[in-house]
Design a protein around this ligand. Sequence first.
Ligand code: AVJ
Length: 322
Amino acid sequence: TEPTVQLIDHLDRGHLRQALERDVREGLAGTPKHLPPKWFYDAAGSELFARITRLPEYYPARRETAILREHAADIAALARADTLVELGSGTSEKTVLLLDALVAAGLRAYLPVDVDAVTLRRAAGRLAARYPGLAVRAVCADFERHLALLPREGRRLVAFLGGTIGNLAPDAREVFFKDLRAVLDPGDTLLLGADLVKDTERLVAAYADAAGVTAAFNRNVLHVINRELGADFDPGAFDHVAAYDAANEWIEMRLRARRDMRVRIPALGMVVAFAAGEEMRTEISAKFRPAGLSRELAAAGFTVRRWFLDPSGDFSVVLAAA
Ligand code: AVJ
């Protein structure tokens, strides 16, 4: 049987609900309509994302895994961490690669942070069972809002993997890096996974897989809004769209209405009209160049210690010191 893991909850139902209401009200009143990607991740959405990471087209997960497998010991030696804090930990599948090396080098605590309490609890239990000497404390929180609440104990390594940093628009990213830097102490480090700019075809294929898993993941946000806010979205009436914006160097996921629709959202007292062909943005996933990301990190007060690129140059992991 798995040990019980302490769950620190900064996202009580009330706050979560309020944040969703605000995001949906603002996003659906906007032109163009848009929703933040964080609402993809209920239990079903986290599961769909885990399936995405196993798709042949979705190279980022495999590339990052290869980097971590190759360089975990280097990372552990550079970070000399007592505590690993992982932002957006999800199923923590890749984390074992880091934990094996970090625990061998003296790590004492692991704090996964995620918005999806179900997936978080399950992952934390699995890792607590695998590393008996490690204190595992799961933190249910929104990494954009609750950085200041993260426990401060020992030398910390903050891991933000998978390329999730790309979900933040440049202005939000700047705020995030500054806020994160402000809660770190000298000696603490950041391990950041970032997907790199590459040819458009491969980028788009990674977000428009042949099996349609990404399409289901994209539509899941409509199921979440239906369940939580009593809305009557017909998810099947929206097409999945993935497009590369070459000027901004980011992938955009959208949901395109197949026909004219009126969607009722009783909890918000809203009726939202969609015109046939209208597109609603559900995610940006920015792609980076090491030089540009180095500049952003430096501007927030981080010092880059090392870049790790996979042999094909598709994905990068950077270790930066506070
Ligand atoms: C989990 C944010 C890293 O942006 O590539 C995968 C999410 N969206 N396929 C990404 C995602 C569509 C993913 N991140």
